[in-house]
Design a protein around this ligand. Structure first.
Ligand SMILES: C[S@@+](CC[C@H](N)C(=O)[O-])C[C@H]1O[C@@H](n2cnc3c(N)ncnc32)[C@H](O)[C@@H]1O
Length: 338
């Protein structure tokens, strides 16, 4: 084995020392592409399983077995799965998707389901099930933020995927979390995550439908939430809508702001590499232009396990927007006329 390879793996491993010894977090990134010296490879750890993402623009190539073997040894992993990242995931047909996400591991034993921890929250990971195994570790600090502000609040989790934000909100004491996603299968997975965390899964809090459609519905009904989470995929096509972050984020933010209570928070996020932090902020501000909201905080991927390569910018852009509180009515009586 050439020394530089071992050296790179060692440096990546050392950098994450705090996470290796964190007893409440077993889901995090071990290799983050160019920043760790592997431009076409990212590897996530979910407890005893590793999931490697090979950035091959949708081609099934030879996986970097030497790197994966060394990493698996170092992590004491039982299995290693590989996903070949396509240029645009929503445009894939089922056969192609299956080729890019083999159901069997390239190393070790098959494991259908595994429970991974994030700050003590439990998530069901299915390492061989599709391109994404159930939890995006780059959102760890955003889930922690949602958990920290949710006590007593109502939360709308759009593009909910496996309901990670819904779990974080309820564990943080939310009065209600409504998870909205186009895929019933994915929402069922979210219900499993509720159960794993001892949360009661109320059927009506898992709505399978189109986010655009539902945001309009909430507006018509005048239904609003204290916290709205908006983390769409970069591109999406459903029967009811077609979406691209670059083209449509402003309109989506405007719809979501209308579903947010005065004084509440709207969390607008994207992991789209092709849009700069500045351009994303401009889209979000455009969506907020007709509202009383402003961006109050910015979050990115966690530095420890998602280092940013020299000269690059963070790819995860999370803007926390606050809607102005409703004007206070003083309750003072108007002076009476004689
Ligand atoms: C990037 S994932 C969201 C990740 C999630 N916010 C999290 O942090 O775990 C995108 C999700 O959006 C869903 N989706 C895509 N287009 C949609 C639409 N128009 N309406 C509702 N859900 C949609 C997909 O089924 C998928 O679960």
């Amino acid at each position: 084995m050439p020394a530089p390879l071992a050296g790179l793996i060692d440096a990546a491993w050392q950098r994450r020392a705090a996470l290796h010894s964190a007893p409440h977090t077993t889901a995090y990134r071990l290799i983050n592409r160019a920043a760790d010296g592997f431009p076409d490879l990212a590897v996530d750890r979910y407890g005893d399983a590793l999931v490697a993402h090979v950035y091959s623009a949708g081609a099934v190539v030879d996986p970097p077995m030497r790197v994966l073997r060394l990493l698996a040894e170092r992590a004491g992993a039982q299995s290693v799965y590989v996903k070949y990242r396509p240029a645009q995931a929503n445009a894939l047909d089922e056969n192609l998707r299956a080729n890019l996400a083999p159901a069997t591991p390239v190393l070790g034993q098959a494991v259908e389901r595994i429970t991974a921890l994030e700050n003590g929250l439990r998530f069901e990971i299915r390492p061989g099930d599709g391109l994404n195994p159930g939890l995006f570790p780059d959102m760890r600090e955003v889930r922690a933020w949602v958990r920290s502000v949710s006590a007593g609040k109502t939360v709308l989790n759009t593009f909910a995927y496996t309901c990670g934000f819904g779990v974080a909100a309820l564990v943080g004491g939310a009065a209600r979390a409504l998870n909205l996603d186009i895929s019933r299968r994915i929402l069922d997975w979210g219900e499993r995550n509720y159960t794993l965390n001892g949360l009661h899964a109320v059927k009506t809090d898992f709505v399978a439908g189109d986010v655009f459609d539902w945001l309009r519905r909430f507006a018509r009904r005048g239904q609003r939430f204290d916290i709205v989470i908006l983390d769409p995929p970069s591109f999406s096509t459903t029967r009811a809508s077609r979406f691209s972050v670059e083209r449509d984020m402003a309109g989506l933010v405007a719809l979501a702001a209308a579903a947010t209570q005065p004084g509440g928070w709207l969390v607008a996020a994207t992991n789209h590499h092709q849009i700069s932090p500045r351009a994303f902020r401009a889209r979000v501000n455009e969506g907020l232009a007709q509202t009383s909201a402003r961006i109050v905080r910015t979050l990115h991927e966690p530095e420890t396990d998602f280092p940013v390569a020299a000269g690059a910018q963070p790819y995860l852009k999370v803007l926390i927007c606050q809607i102005a509180p409703a004007p206070r009515t003083t309750g003072r009586r108007l002076p009476q006329k004689d």
